[in-house]
Design a protein around this ligand. Structure first.
Ligand SMILES: NCC(=O)N[C@@H](Cc1c[nH]cn1)C(=O)O
Ligand SMILES: [Zn+2]
Ligand SMILES: [Zn+2]
Length: 472
């Protein structure tokens, strides 16, 4: 392992170049205009993996209905490095699509040009979520190939291009392939989340689920002049804002009746898991860039992030949002919001409660406009245990690379495929993050510190050595 660790340190710049090439492909899955780039990213990965002597194949997932337009779904990229029956097989999952990013959103530099700043932060969309970690696994293979070293395990890659847009088609694929392509898998490792703070690595054993909603209000046949029609018609945007404002309180309390009914009670044992975490309120302030916290204590803040549901309002499609003072009455507007779900909420029940509540609130307005509200995608929460040998192996790897014991964390974000792998393969799934809590994933100026990328590559490799030695 030492040879490997040293090689990674010495070849940092080669690995940064690999990340530069990946970030340059704007593989935004949520924007149809960028769909060809998502395919380009898949092709780039295929070539890169082939150059590392992996056996690579792609699987077509069919079509996506994008608001009435049929789009090709990006392929699953499958790759295998080694098929030695004497070795364990570790499945690594990652995604090669990214969240949207525009310079005018407030980025300081072009989002798809990797820039290293004076603090050695590698800035660019996808650097942390999730291109850096995906390339981290490839760097591990690369280093072994260059050194002429055997990998301690067989590695299987499963890379998707729709994670940021609901992972369409992936669940069915995983269950279909559980006894086929994935039949030899001994354990799963996913590097697609973040440290709690900025200084200490962590292993993550829980995620919230997510249920995403679109609420459309339409009335006039076309956008109208507010001077001519204002005050004479029911306005879609007014109706939408009225109903949206009923969803959540300023202190984050969700106002949909029944939503908290199945939230698991906090046990004494669970309370203890919040005792010794290395996270300070200042780190939250720094990550947010402001002191707008609802709760004053770390305990309450983390409980609200990890084990309580939350509702976020994301945006309105169809409304006027450009500079200037356009006096328009938008004809059709769609409000977008999501609920992060937790044990023991059921996505189907959540959806039924939300839809009924919105319809009831709209009904109360007495508007002649039309409302359509529905859940566009959902993914369940996931909760595991950090006691499993797969986690013990990862903890040892953290100690080797970082000389500290990792924090054991849950996370507020969602990676629905985690539960699918666990259920379909009946194997342990470990979340082993590379980036820091302040990386700004999904936000502007997303970054991955060079040290996280390089030590993270070492960590992923060290984990493979440790897991090869342990009985799973
Ligand atoms: N790094 C994981 C991540 O960002 N997951 C997304 C998943 C998602 C669901 N719907 C849209 N994206 C997240 O928002 O948690
Ligand atoms: Zn991600
Ligand atoms: Zn993401």
């Amino acid at each position: 392992m030492d040879q490997f660790l040293e090689y990674v340190d010495k070849h940092q710049n080669d690995f940064v170049e690999r990340l530069r090439k990946a970030v340059a492909i704007p593989s935004v899955s949520g924007d149809p205009a960028h769909r060809p780039d998502v395919f380009k990213m898949a092709e780039w990965l295929v070539e890169e993996l082939k150059s590392l002597d992996a056996v690579v194949e792609t699987r077509d997932l069919g079509k996506q209905d994008f608001h009435g337009t049929e789009l090709d779904l990006p392929p699953i990229v499958l790759a295998t490095v080694g098929t030695d029956p004497k070795k364990k097989t570790i499945l690594v999952y990652g995604h090669y699509d990214v969240q949207p990013a525009l310079l005018e959103d407030g980025w300081n530099t072009d989002p798809f040009t990797l820039v290293e700043d004076e603090n050695n932060r590698l800035i660019g969309r996808g650097s942390s979520d999730d291109k850096g970690p995906v390339l981290g696994w490839m760097n591990v293979v690369d280093a072994h190939k260059a050194l002429g070293l055997e990998l301690p395990v067989n590695i299987m890659f499963c890379l998707e291009g729709m994670e940021e847009s609901g992972s369409e088609g992936l669940d069915a694929f995983i269950f279909e392939e559980a006894d086929k392509y994935f039949k030899d898998v001994d354990a799963v490792c996913i590097s697609d989340n973040y440290w709690l703070g900025t200084s200490k690595p962590c292993l993550t054993y829980g995620l919230r689920g997510v249920s995403y909603f679109h609420m459309k209000v339409k009335g006039p046949a076309a956008d109208l002049h507010s001077g001519v029609f204002g005050g004479t018609i029911h306005e879609p945007m007014t109706d939408l804002f009225k109903v949206m404002s009923k969803l959540v309180d300023v202190d984050g309390k969700i106002l949909v009746p029944g939503i908290y009914e199945h939230v698991r009670a906090l046990s004494d044992e669970e309370q203890k898991t919040y005792d010794d975490l290395s996270f300070k309120m200042e780190e939250l302030h720094d990550a947010v860039g402001s002191k707008i916290n609802i709760h004053d204590s770390i305990r309450e803040t983390l409980q609200c992030r990890w084990r309580n549901p939350s509702l976020s309002i994301h945006g309105v499609e169809g409304g006027f949002y450009s500079p200037g003072d356009k006096t328009v009455i938008p004809a059709c507007v769609t409000g977008k919001f999501s609920i992060r779900t937790v044990p023991d909420m059921n996505p189907k029940e959540v959806s039924a409660l939300v839809v009924k509540f919105c319809q009831d609130e709209f009904e109360k307005l007495g508007s002649k406009n039309k409302l359509d509200v529905h859940c566009t995608h959902d993914g369940n929460y996931w909760l595991s245990s950090p006691d499993h040998p797969n986690y013990v192996a990862a903890a040892k790897a953290v100690e080797t690379v970082y000389k500290v014991k990792p924090d054991l964390t849950r996370e507020g974000g969602s990676i629905p495929v985690t539960l699918s792998f666990q259920d379909a393969l009946k194997k342990n799934v470990l979340l082993l993050p590379m980036g820091r809590g302040d990386d700004g994933a999904h936000s502007i100026n997303e970054k991955l510190d060079r040290s996280n990328y390089i030590c993270g590559t070492q960590l992923l490799g060290a984990y493979l050595y440790e897991v090869s030695q342990i009985t799973l």
